[in-house]
Design a protein around this ligand. Sequence first.
Ligand code: UD1
Ligand code: CA
Length: 457
Amino acid sequence: MVVVAILAAGRGTRMKSHLPKVLHSLGGRSLVERVLDSVEPLSPSRRMVIVGYQAQQVKAAMQYPNLEFVEQTQQLGTGHAIQQLLPHLEDYTGDLLVLNGDIPLLRTQTLQQLLQTHQENQNAATILTSHLTEPKGYGRVFCNSEDIVQQIVEEKDCTAVQKQNRQINAGVYCFNWQKLAQILPHLQANNAQKEYYLTDAVTQVGKVMAVDVEDYQEILGINDRLQLAAADEILQKRVKEKWMMAGVTLIDPNSITIDDTVELQPDVIIEPQTHLRGNTTIQTGSRIGPGSLIENSQLGENVTVQYSVVTDSLVQTGSKIGPYAHLRGHAVVGANCRVGNFVELKNTQLGDRTNAAHLSYLGDTTTGNKVNIGAGTITANYDGVKKHPTHIGDRTKTGSNSVLVAPVTLGDDVYVAAGSTVTEDVPHDSLVIARSRQVIKQNWQNKKLDNKSTDEH
Ligand code: UD1
Ligand code: CA
């Protein structure tokens, strides 16, 4: 049985940010969410998050069922943070897995290894360490030849010689809770930072072993924007390798970013300068990019998107989006449609084989199948107070530069004359002309000149 505690109360001063450090985003998820995700498969009996700086904001950002929040009102160090658990775990006799909230790239497998070593050896504590070529900023771990931890010294408290040690503390610990609980009340803050260090408790609980992680990337702690960027690079590499091995073509992968929440099918092609974010899925045969942003959207098979932005939207099989389209606010594009050349769709549903191919805005609109939206057609959906709907029936064609003033319904097989401003519903099979008739005044320029010369006499 294991209880998990995640340390997320610090401000993260080195980020130079108003946002609490653990809420900074990496590939579409916050640092602390990533830490939590890494422990979920262990099925902990309780998950406790220690919050303090901007506690409300941190709590609100973490929507997991049965998560427990413990407040650390003053942030007096990592040991002080764990002291806050004492009243909550009074009768608990199992192990406590503690993770810093700023270690976003940990693999569950590594945590399993930590727990296994801890249990098999009946340690008082077991910690993750790694050997870094650049250990700067981390606490240094001193072990004897049997991997038994003797001492952990924070960098700020290290002597010049101690700094040479490249074995660092990852900030991930498994404790025999009862043994730790006895030590916690006696921690002292006599160190360079005047903080209560959890690392001091580690070396006082009894036998402590180190599990050394080979892939140092896993245990990167994020303290500043440089480390955030470094972690992002590692994550991107992981994600892109996974999709390429699964049959996705990435053209110029370095110019592409893909959140690890995105799902792609084999034979999807992603072109340069394309960014796939959030809860996005793309089905086989689709070709996305160059220069596109797809966020929280579902794209069907054989869809193409060029130089376009698609957010919170759905595009069905075979449709062509772009160049230069903007789909947002739950736009739904049916199968085999064309939407592009400066066309914006907002909360609009297009039927199958419908085209909006040039210079249009369609908002709060539904269309039937085989509709043709003429160049420059605009739905005037907003009266300054409320949004209103437009309905367009099957096979209807709107002429160039027509304005459909909502609420308005055009039936099936309607033709809208170019330049019309349609304010009233139009029945099936009709032609609507809603513009003033063209007037021609012949020979007008000469007459004007004649009048002028008469005046001068
Ligand atoms: C800590 C370790 C260091 C280790 C490194 C690994 C200590 C004393 N040092 O240093 O040995 O190499 O992590 O990344 O533990 N936090 C609280 N309350 C507090 C202070 C911090 O909840 O009062 C949280 C922070 O939000 C953060 C985590 O604890 O998620 C670690 O704090 P941080 O200040 O980043 O510790 P480091 O200096 O990196
Ligand atoms: Ca840290």
